[in-house]
Each structure stands twice: as C-alpha cells, then as structure tokens.
Design a protein around this ligand. Structure first.
Ligand code: SIN
Length: 319
C-alpha cells in the first residue's frame, strides 16, 4: 500500500503531520510497526505494504537454533480476536541472518530483531549470534513473555530478577534492547523497572493473554498445545491499561504499545496512554495490508485533529 510522504499536505486540507518518533535511542520514521510473530521472519508482507514506509518490521522471535514449534492446530479465531500457540517456530538467528534478513533489508525496511529462549544461556547464545548485524537492524526486542513454551513454563516476564538476568545476557547482541513483557502478571510495573535497570532502553507492552478454547463436541482444547495466547481487539483495553499504568509509574521508560491495534484511533489511544510507538499484529492475519492502513489512519487522525507532530501525543492522556 502506497503511503503519503511525511509532511505532505493532505487533500482534505488537514495539517501536514510529522510522523517521526523515537523509542529510547532509536529514531523511527513512523510510529507504527509490525508486531513480532505476525509478519514472518523476512519480507512476507512486502507484497501488501511498502515496508520502507512503516516504523519497523519486527521479526518473529528467533532462538539460538532452529525450532519446529508446537503441534497443529496453532491458531484459532476467538470473539474479537484469535488465540495462538505457534510455539516460536523458526530457523534460529544464524540461519535468519543468512537466508531471511537480506530480503527484508532489500525492501528498504528498518528491522527490529527478536529473540527467545528457555534459559538465560539460550538468550545469551541467540544474542551473540546477532553481534555485528547490519546497522539497519536498529534494535533487539527480547521476548520474555511467550505463553506457549512448555505450557507457559518460561514466562521470565512474571519475575523482575529473571527478567533482569535475561536482559543482561541479551546485551551481547550490542543492540538497543526492548523488553517484551506480559500483562498476565500484576507485577508488570516492577518487571518493567527491573528491565530498564538491567539495560532495556524500552519495554514492549504487552504480549498475548493466556487463554484456552475448548471444542465442546470433541471435549478437548482446539489448539494442539492446549492453551495459547489471546490477541486482537478483545485485549486492546488491557494493553491500554498496561501502557497507562507503566507510563504513570515509570515516565522515564519508553514504551512500545501492542494489543488490538486495528486502525488509527486504536493506535492513537495507545500513544495517548504513553506509548512512543505501536505495533500491529492480529489485524495483519485478517488483512495483510493492516500495518500500512493503521499508519495512514494515524496520519489522517492527526491531520484532522490539527496535530502536527505525532510525538506530541505520547502520554497525552495523563493529566
Ligand atoms: C508463539 O510463537 O507461540 C507466539 C510467540 C509469543 O507469544 O511470544
């Protein structure tokens, strides 16, 4: 989808909008990115969106080696969203650098890498494999919050000390780190503080919420792994609250907001709650053009509201 150039006066005579933002030390040309796990590992969305126009492509989390993921079925629709238990299938960091990264860089995209692990050493190994990566990989999102590994047995983001240990290990990548956290815990503010203290420049709020769907005819869970993570519009108010609370408690910590972003208004809501940028995930499963449409929706909303710089919206809901 072609997007208007930044700063161009819109045909509806609204004001021109500067869409640029920053997440910690990372400057982004636009405040809308793909969410990890919803845009593949490479240029999968390039046929639908000009990836050079969005804030960044955040790739699906990569392990220290190839991993087959969880048994099928892995995704299932839910009211106003979906549930998944993909289980972090992927080629591993080194194979990704060789086989997938060149294609996404060729689109002109800014890239954010993402890693996962079962243990701290796994994160260290994955991070070491990223050292010296192309400078267009501008940040590393550290996935501390996948609910689908061994039934949720590795939810580092539920504990401040475990989160800090992972981030200290992930620093081996030499990239600005964003800690992807969980809203399944009432400790998210403590965990965000620990993540920042341990070196994360920003936190990504938040991953899917733990859930389950049971087929009443078979009397069994529909997903092959049993439980999964719920995403989409159903969890948007949870994402807004999580971003709002962390911003209120830790105004010095930059936030990337994610959860149920489907259009300009839902993206602006997260910015007003305190996010410096947002990610679009589940909407891309319904329409792979969604990330471009959301960015255009943000620009249109700002233009009509007389907002000339999108970054002026950040945290605007806090009195
Ligand atoms: C998955 O691959 O199971 C989803 C990843 C995540 O929720 O972090």
């Amino acid at each position: 989808m072609a997007l208007r150039r930044r700063g161009r006066r819109r045909p509806d005579a609204g004001v021109a909008v500067d869409l640029s933002t920053t997440v910690g030390s990372v400057a982004l040309k636009a405040p809308v990115m793909t969410a990890s796990g919803t845009a593949g590992h490479g240029d999968e969305l390039a046929a639908y969106v000009d990836l050079s126009t969005i804030g960044a492509v955040v790739v699906k989390s990569l392990g220290s080696g190839p991993w087959p993921g969880n048994p099928a079925p892995r995704v299932h629709p839910t009211p106003s969203g979906m549930i998944n238990s993909v289980g972090l299938q992927g080629p591993g960091v080194t194979a990704w650098r060789e086989r997938e990264l060149p294609a996404v860089l060729a689109t002109g995209a800014t890239v954010v890498a993402s890693i996962w692990g079962r243990h701290v050493d796994d994160f260290a190994s994955a991070a070491e494999q990223l050292a010296g990566v192309d400078e267009r990989v501008v940040a590393l999102e550290v996935n501390l919050s996948c609910p689908n590994l061994d039934g949720g047995a590795h939810l580092f983001a539920h504990d401040p000390d475990a989160t800090a240990a992972v981030l200290r290990a992930a620093a081996a990548a030499g990239l600005p780190m964003w800690a992807k956290l969980s809203a399944n815990t009432d400790r998210v503010v403590d965990v965000a503080a620990a993540a920042h203290e341990a070196g994360a420049e920003a936190v990504t709020l938040a991953n899917t919420l733990m859930g389950m769907v049971i087929d009443v005819d078979t009397r069994r869970p529909v997903l092959g792994a049993g439980g999964g993570g719920v995403s989409g519009p159903a969890i948007h108010p949870v994402a807004v609250r999580t971003v709002y609370d962390v911003r209120a408690a830790l105004p010095e910590v930059p936030i990337v907001g994610v959860g149920g972003v489907v259009d300009g208004r839902t993206a602006v809501e997260l910015l007003l709650a305190g996010a410096s940028a947002v990610q679009v995930g589940t909407a891309s499963f319904a329409d792979p053009r969604s990330v471009g449409a959301v960015l255009e929706g943000v620009e249109t909303w700002c233009s009509r509201a007389g907002v000339t710089r999108v970054r002026d919206l950040i945290g605007g809901a806090h009195g």
